[in-house]
Design a protein around this ligand. Sequence first.
Ligand SMILES: C[S@@+](CC[C@H](N)C(=O)[O-])C[C@H]1O[C@@H](n2cnc3c(N)ncnc32)[C@H](O)[C@@H]1O
Length: 269
Amino acid sequence: MPEEKQGLRRIRSYVIRTPRASKSHDALIQSAHSEGIYYSLHNYGDREVANLLEYLQSVIFPHPAPWTYAHETPVFSVSAEDNKPLQENKSAYPLFWIDIGFGNGDSLIKFAQQFPHILFLGIEVHELGVRQALSKASRYELDNVLVVRGDVLDLLEAFAGHIRVHAVTALFPDPWPKKRHQKRRLFTEASLSLVAKIMHPGAMFGFASDWQPYSEEVGAFLSSSESFEVLFSPYAPRPFWRAQTKYEKKSIADGRLTRDILATRTDVL
Ligand SMILES: C[S@@+](CC[C@H](N)C(=O)[O-])C[C@H]1O[C@@H](n2cnc3c(N)ncnc32)[C@H](O)[C@@H]1O
């Protein structure tokens, strides 16, 4: 096994504590899936991953240079208006954004509401979060959100070489503050180079954490990587598109400061 892969595989970045899905959850996933709106890989295998990739390739209409800069914050250069004919005719999207570890789905849902012309794929390992995000997407009748339950590293490995994204966000990934748990952190040099592999040149990586040592670590990995250019070093102004989640509200109440990192993917791998 290559060393990079070993680094990714050795440790899990999460601990499953939630019970198995209820029957109603299974029904929700089933019906959402049959409507072709959401996709959940329950106990997924190679075939489900292949189906997901095939589906994504059929709905994403590649657009190469997604970002421009306004008020010091990156924004997409393709507007909903530009994409209207595309969506009406082909139900296709010019831009594709992955949100990693979406928790209860609050930020993912806000993203999808703000940018109806972008297709969002949320990847979350906890079943409860998947259930909550599906309910919200269905309540707000969003058709630009896909939700997948699974370990993001498995999915990204499967995507590498097949599909590229215009944005990846990782908001408040578990900080694992205790020294003996630090090895569980999801974002390491190895996982960030995997993230780079699925990004278009010029795509954006957005990271936010209220745990300063984790932000410093990720900032250092990104700065030393040839695949990324860190914008607004060391920390970016709060991006307007990032909604305040339950997690962040608690963190503010506990007196912690959030640090945002924004980086773009260079065209070197
Ligand atoms: C602290 S929560 C933050 C949730 C949300 N992004 C927010 O800002 O409120 C981190 C989330 O990442 C998820 N997670 C951790 N490791 C993961 C992995 N390897 N793949 C997918 N999700 C993961 C956890 O289940 C958890 O819901």
